[in-house]
Design a binder for this molecule. Structure first.
Ligand SMILES: NCc1[nH]cc(CCC(=O)O)c1CC(=O)O
Length: 328
């Protein structure tokens, strides 16, 4: 009998949904697995905006510690909450197939005010990235802070004077909460890795790494790695307004990135489109067969170069000043 795999997760509804998805896949693969609930710093202080907490990994550090001490065997995270550099001694065991990567505007009443350049609406979000991109498009609006897990935030919107609030589509959709009065924000670039789930384990845990191999989705991993490479090449911390989205569209890889000033007055954006290696087209097999097909480090290196080139372009066009303004 193999030992039961202990899957660490935060206890928000979204986190539990994601961890359950992993557990169910492991169980379907013939393994025994259970959830272990662990509170993160980000769940305890629900008032301070994340950018003001100021440390990376507020949602991941307690889980990292539980992994390293052997209390759990794997941790399931929303990948966008995980610092680009994983904690020492940990490794990515799998990146799951990405859900809707976009952001969503949830509004009250009707959304006609969006087309009215005179309207003085107040929109809620604590994300500097969403704030900056929203103000870039709607400079006449006001932004208020709104923290908490998805459920708390939805409830706060309902009982507030705000006209609406901004959410990750994946966060709402996964827990079956996508409100009818919502608009997908195609023009807003999501956070790097938004909508993707990362399973982390101890670097030397070969059993867990092989158990997780069938859960891995290489096309998603390739895309989110590009986005995270772009982020680190721009020196963005978790709170810098940087958006990035890599998408596989047929036989092409499309990468878009941006960096904005906090007030949204300046938004620099970049786009790259390159042909995709045939084995990674949208129809590519997933999981084990693709892992076996092995992309090879060279292909990853090529897409990482593209992300760094995109970042380099933004830096050359003035992103350095934007980022300095944010961090000082
Ligand atoms: N920052 C918190 C967080 N981390 C992951 C998600 C949603 C799921 C995802 O983006 O993958 C959210 C909520 C949100 O941004 O609205």
């Amino acid at each position: 009998m193999q030992q039961t795999i202990r899957i660490g997760t935060r206890d928000s509804q979204l986190a539990v949904w994601q961890a359950t998805l992993v557990r169910d896949q492991l169980v379907a693969g013939g393994h025994s697995a259970e959830l272990v609930y662990i509170k993160s710093e980000g769940d305890i202080d629900l008032v301070t905006p994340l950018y003001a907490i100021g440390v990376q990994g507020v949602f991941t550090r307690t889980l990292d510690a539980a992994l390293l001490s052997g209390r759990i065997d794997m941790a399931v995270h929303s990948m966008k909450d995980v610092p680009v550099q994983l904690a020492q001694g940990l490794a990515a065991a799998a990146v799951l197939t990405r859900a809707n990567p976009g952001d969503l505007f949830v509004y009250k009443g009707d959304a006609a005010f969006l087309d009215d350049p005179e309207s003085i609406a107040t929109i809620a979000t604590s994300s500097l990235r969403r704030r900056a991109q929203w103000l870039h498009r709607y400079p006449h609006h006001r932004i208020d802070n709104l923290r908490g897990n998805v459920n708390t935030r939805l409830a706060k919107v309902a009982s507030s004077d705000w006209q609406g609030a901004l959410f990750a589509a994946a966060g709402l959709e996964r827990i079956g909460l996508r409100p009818a009065n919502s608009i997908p924000l195609d023009w807003m670039l999501p956070a790097p890795a938004q909508g993707a789930i990362l399973v982390a384990c101890r670097e030397d845990d070969t059993r867990i790494r092989s158990v997780c191999a069938p859960l891995h989705h290489e096309p998603t991993a390739l895309c989110v790695d590009m986005e995270r490479t772009f982020l680190s090449a721009l020196m963005g911390g978790c709170s810098t307004p940087i958006g990035a989205l890599a998408e596989i569209a047929g036989d092409h890889l499309r990468f878009r990135g941006n960096a904005c000033s906090l007030d949204g007055k300046t938004c620099l954006s970049v786009e790259k489109k390159v042909p995709l290696p045939a084995e990674l087209s949208a129809q590519a097999p997933t999981g084990e067969s693709l892992a076996q097909a092995s992309l090879g480090e060279s292909r990853r290196a090529a897409t990482a170069d593209l992300a760094r080139a995109a970042a380099g372009e933004l830096l050359a066009r003035g992103a350095t000043t934007l980022i300095q303004k944010v961090t000082t």
